[in-house]
Write a protein that binds this ligand. Structure first.
Ligand SMILES: *Cc1c(COP(=O)(O)O)cnc(C)c1O
Length: 219
């Protein structure tokens, strides 16, 4: 199937209140343009310089989401245009994003990444660290960033019960934070392999790559 067919089928099955981030990492601009012509406007990348290069080549009405781990020294490359940074995991990083957002006269929307998987390799904060960050005076001083929700990745496993439990845990944390801060609106969870389970557990933003663009080729 072609990218536009994949996209149309995927969109049909997706509840209306769930935003699809088309994860286009490693894929050429021609593939992104095929998705664009099929109506897709929200794209996710996990490398800042790759995203910047694609931003320069793609139409202006694309929304660019940084879904990968962010190195502080690269924030400046995306600060002029990024619309949502999914994987914020420290106050230090938030301060850098705030600084670069200010330089560009913007407010940058961010999600806090919460660690829900059991794998050591997955980044993210635990609930207590996130809560104390949100309550801190240092955070409240940051005028050019806005935390609009949470993001998480489940363990890579075939055990659907475990995936369900991890997503439900994130949903519970999201609801708790939302009571304290009405700016919490986005719960980013679910990828090609587990988006259905994520939506059952309250996800309203899925990040889907291979189910739309095909398998990635890392060479
Ligand atoms: C690559 C990636 C995705 C998409 O993965 P697929 O399995 O191809 O859908 C989603 N989220 C993050 C953080 C990623 O790095």
């Amino acid at each position: 199937m072609t990218i536009s067919e994949n996209l149309k089928n995927f969109k049909k099955a997706l509840p209306k209140d769930v935003t699809l981030v088309a994860v286009s990492k490693t894929k050429p601009v021609s593939d992104l343009m095929e998705a664009y012509h099929a109506g897709q406007r929200v794209f996710g990348e996990n490398k800042i310089q790759e995203m910047e290069a694609k931003w320069q080549k793609m139409p202006e009405d694309v929304e660019w989401h940084m879904i990968g781990h962010v190195q502080r020294n690269k924030v400046k490359y995306m600060a002029p245009f990024v619309s949502l940074i999914h994987a914020v995991d420290s106050l230090k990083l938030l301060k850098e994003i705030n600084k670069e957002a200010l330089k560009n006269n913007r407010t940058i929307n961010c999600l806090l990444q919460i660690k829900i998987a059991e794998e050591e390799s997955k980044f993210g904060m635990d609930e207590a660290d996130a809560a104390s960050l949100l309550a801190s005076e240092a955070f409240k001083k940051l005028q050019n960033i806005k935390i609009v929700g949470l993001m998480g990745m489940a363990t890579f496993t075939d055990d659907e019960r475990q995936i369900s439990e991890e997503f439900q845990k994130l949903k519970d944390v999201f609801e708790k934070f939302k009571i304290q801060d009405p700016r919490f609106k986005i719960l980013s969870m679910g990828m090609s392999g587990d988006y259905k389970i994520a939506i059952e557990h309250g996800s309203n933003m899925v990040r889907v790559g291979s189910a739309i663009f095909g398998e990635r080729n890392y060479e």
